[in-house]
Ligand binder design. Structure first.
Ligand SMILES: N[C@@H](CCC(=O)N[C@@H](CS)C(=O)NCC(=O)O)C(=O)O
Length: 181
């Protein structure tokens, strides 16, 4: 997201195996002991989706936010929250062998795939015909579900969507540093 915005940033890598994310210095930043966290001036943001949406809103000149007055704002919100609220729990339940039907707030992976495929079939992006922060959020989860925790079926609509996202210069610049690459 930061590369897509073209803004300068510093990365601080924490060693999860060494439990650096559970040390007091980091718990003072994110009491959940979870990565990532974003510091922007005196503003702290945690939760990946909140971080991406905060950045889209803070750097509007990049055109990745669909503003509150834009006609497709509803779609932008829907797809941005679909990832942490519905898609990632479905991916994790599938990977852990839980029966998603038993956990009523959770959705099963088949419904998630059908919903994504119907939104993306014949479309390059999720919201209108331009790349937005919602594509950063969902694209990242699709990469995760196809390649890192590979429980998403390799449906051609999903693989094609990710194939074009991973060609973006921003991703190409940082791909080598990403887990699983
Ligand atoms: N809901 C959080 C989840 C963050 C999360 O679970 N991050 C993983 C790394 S991708 C983590 O910190 N794992 C280490 C741990 O839970 O101990 C978000 O979206 O930022």
């Amino acid at each position: 997201m930061l590369e897509e915005l073209g803004v300068p940033y510093d990365v601080v890598i924490l060693d999860i195996a060494a439990e650096e994310h559970k040390k007091p210095e980091y718990l003072a930043i994110n009491p959940m002991g979870k990565i990532p966290s974003l510091m922007h001036g005196d503003k702290l943001v945690t939760e990946s989706t909140a971080i991406v949406m905060y950045l889209a809103e803070t750097f509007p000149e990049a055109g990745l936010e669909v503003s509150s007055s834009a006609p497709l704002r509803n779609e932008y919100l829907r797809w941005s929250y679909f990832s942490p609220g519905t898609m990632e729990p479905a991916i994790i339940s599938k990977a852990m062998g839980f029966d998603a039907q038993e956990y009523k707030p959770f959705a099963d992976i088949e419904s998630v795939v059908t919903t994504l495929v119907s939104a993306l079939d014949g479309h390059e992006f999720l919201v209108g015909d331009t790349f937005t922060a919602a594509d950063v959020i969902i694209g990242s989860s699709i990469n995760w579900g196809l390649n890192l925790m590979p429980v998403l079926p390799k449906h051609p609509v999903l693989t094609q969507y990710w194939a074009q996202l991973e060609q973006r210069p921003a991703w190409q610049k940082v791909a080598d540093t990403m887990p699983g690459n």
